[in-house]
Design a protein around this ligand. Structure first.
Ligand SMILES: [Cu+2]
Length: 131
């Protein structure tokens, strides 16, 4: 969790710096276009969670070696067996699903395969296919 916060702050800082840099470039140079390096080599997957529909979407495809940021936005607080979410093999720490509290899981898949999105007990709720 701490790591996620640090990464989020780092990304925000990068974005802000890039924006300032871009604005500065625009102001000082009309003759040449500066290509701002992409700071986000990250594939972001966004999930909406609700008690009624569980997770949506629930099926994703990513590539081996690709940095993935899986975000879960809970509209509800999940209860009972399904009150946590994890991706065994990619994110092994069950994250509690609490209304309004975004969950961020960042990982880089190293092996191709089908990874289930589950609760802490392993009940299936979706899949991430790594090619
Ligand atoms: Cu469960």
């Amino acid at each position: 969790m701490k790591t996620s916060i640090v990464i989020t702050i780092a990304l925000f800082t990068c974005t802000a710096t890039t924006a300032l840099f871009a604005a500065d470039q625009k102001a000082t140079s009309n003759a040449t276009k500066t290509v701002v390096p992409q700071t986000s080599g990250v594939k972001t997957l966004t999930i909406l969670y609700s008690n009624a529909k569980n997770i949506a979407p629930n099926s994703f495809t990513v590539n081996t070696g690709e940095r993935v940021r899986l975000e879960v936005n809970p509209l509800d607080t999940a209860t009972g067996c399904m009150n946590t979410i994890m991706v065994p093999g990619l994110w092994d720490k069950p994250e509690p699903i609490i209304r309004g509290k975004k969950i961020v899981m960042e990982f880089t898949p190293k092996r191709a395969g089908s990874y289930k999105i589950t609760c802490a007990m392993g009940v299936n709720r979706g899949v991430i296919v790594v090619k």
